[in-house]
Design a protein around this ligand. Structure first.
Ligand code: PLP
Length: 384
């Protein structure tokens, strides 16, 4: 396709696991707090009170959507902060050993590494190996962190089994789950009911970037990461992001209310995309197992192709995708998730994550189906 035609074509956004577009409900809920209703919710006058009311209304919504009590919801600056607060916050109070899985997001993995934590192996689908996890448990463990759904390959973890195992082998430990990628697709309220700490991030479900929530169940003592004005009952100091929190609540409500329909619709789109690419591109394998993946994840491995080069061609053709998780440097480190699943480095080098979300359309899939096979073919021909 000539560059001019490519530039004119609408983008096919297939990077929802990196961030999702703002839902209209969220934008509408945010606007007043970006305009005339600018009060600091910690203050004592009318504008401050209005902001405080908005925060508490949002807290009620998040609590309902996450299966928590309002007092258990702590507003954060996003998923990374929630994960760090959960792990470092509990550890600072209780000491002990920290355990996570090998496929956690770096927000969990690095927080555990900083505390010299142990890492449990996963199987070829990316699901935690419960025997491996059991072998790491004991009375001296204080925190076990197992994500609800993986950000690269979409694998859903057996969180109920994990909670039961931890209750049996490490009864004093708390379970943290990073539900950042799970929330758009899964009933977090039900699936994470036995977890003591649950982190979500607004921008993964149609809310704004830079805001999230951590459920801290009653009786779970955490030390704050941030000290200051003692907001959030001294669990997270700092002036509230009122607009962000209002937007997150509206997005959470819409996500939960529309979840069943979105999951069914997006799973159909994802299946068409994955099946279409598997059929059109020889030497392609799918990571994980579709039966245990979230609906929006399509993760493929193309033999004989470098992800970086593929992403450049896709970008030029208006397809927004990624290879592993997004990180600030944009650098493509070999994926720790694929390595933990036992994917050979040679294959992992040709990985592509196409992630769909609430606003994905048939046109996005059509465009990817038209562009990806041609791009892979071109790369293979240029370096056989
Ligand atoms: N956890 C998972 C599973 C994620 O996918 C992400 C973002 O990619 C994060 C945590 C970090 O969330 P945030 O971008 O809100 O800091």
């Amino acid at each position: 396709m000539p560059p001019a035609a490519a530039a004119a074509a609408p983008l096919a956004y297939l990077d929802h696991a990196a961030t999702t577009p703002l839902r209209p409900e969220a934008r509408e809920a945010m606007l007043p707090w970006l305009g005339e209703r600018f009060g600091n919710p910690s203050g004592g006058h009318a504008l401050a009170r209005a902001a405080r009311t908005a925060i508490e209304e949002a807290r009620d919504v998040l609590a309902d959507c996450l299966g928590a009590r309002p007092g258990e919801v702590v507003f954060t600056g996003g998923g990374t902060e929630g994960d760090n607060l959960a792990i470092a916050g509990v550890h600072a109070r209780r000491g002990g050993r920290v355990v996570c899985t090998a496929v956690e997001h770096h927000a969990v993995l690095h927080a555990c590494e900083a505390l010299k934590g142990a890492v449990a192996a996963v199987d070829a689908t990316g699901a935690v190996d419960l025997d491996a996890l059991a072998s790491l448990l004991g009375d001296d463990v204080s925190v076990v962190s197992v994500m609800l759904a993986n950000n690269e390959v979409g694998t859903v973890q057996p969180l109920g089994d994990v909670c039961a195992l931890v209750a049996d082998r490490s009864p004093a430990a708390v379970v943290h789950t990073d539900a950042v990628q799970g929330f758009p697709w899964l009933d977090v309220a039900g699936l994470a009911a036995s977890a003591h700490l649950v982190a979500v991030s607004a921008h993964k479900f149609g809310g704004p970037q830079g805001v999230g929530a951590l459920v801290v169940r009653e009786g779970t003592a955490i030390e704050p990461l941030l000290r200051g004005g003692a907001q959030e009952r001294d669990r997270r100091s700092g002036t509230h992001n009122v607009a962000g929190i209002a937007g997150m609540a509206a997005a959470a409500r819409a996500t939960v209310d529309q979840r069943a329909g979105t999951v069914a619709r997006v799973a159909t789109l994802r299946d068409r995309l994955a099946d279409g690419l598997l059929a059109a591109v020889p030497g392609t394998t799918e990571s994980g197992t579709r039966a245990t993946k979230v609906a929006g994840n399509c993760h493929l491995l193309f033999e004989g192709v470098e992800s970086e080069a593929l992403l450049v061609l896709l970008d030029q053709a208006g397809v927004c995708a990624t290879a592993a998780s997004s990180c600030a440097s944009g650098a493509m480190d070999p994926s720790h998730v694929l390595a933990a699943m036992g994917v050979p480095r040679r294959l992992a080098a040709g990985s592509l994550r196409l992630s769909l979300g609430w606003s994905s359309t048939d046109a996005d899939v059509d465009r990817a189906l038209a562009v990806v096979p041609e791009a892979v073919d071109r790369l293979r021909r240029s370096s056989p």
